[in-house]
Design a protein around this ligand. Sequence first.
Ligand code: PNS
Length: 165
Amino acid sequence: MANKERIAIYPGSFDPLTNGHIDIIKRALELFDRVIIAILHNPSKKALFSVDERVKMTKKCFNGENLIKVDAFGGLLVDYAKMKNATAIIRGMRAISDFESEFQMALMNRKLNKEVQSVFLMTGLRWIFTSSSIIKEAAQFGGDISDMVPEPVKLKLMEKYPKVR
Ligand code: PNS
């Protein structure tokens, strides 16, 4: 096989990016040359941050890291992956509860395009309980989420929820 650059797509809502996501990205960079964080533009899903806000704050979190790109996409993930010459889709796995929907999505993606492989990476134990939704809920009611999200995300959460610590 030709020795070509290995590009992985890390897709998701990232509403917002958490330290758990960052942990997965670092692990992905041990396997791939470049990772593209692809934020889904999905008008039917209610989000706290607009896609534009998410792209901007996620970019801030990886300022100067040239192996990591941040982008937004719409439509089929496998089409986006093909357009970017990516060979893999990365998904983080926390617990068994993640498995069923991830399995279904991976099989659908494989049916749609056999050339893109789904790669599941386990988050560090430290992040096993974190998710964007639970962090937003804690932030909304003034919980301390400062060690669960990167600084640019914390600042944006403070704009939305002034009580957050
Ligand atoms: O962070 P999320 O919300 O769990 O991410 C879900 C995401 C963006 C990976 C998934 O919804 C997706 O890939 N959507 C794009 C549409 C698509 O390709 N669907 C077919 C495969 S299920």
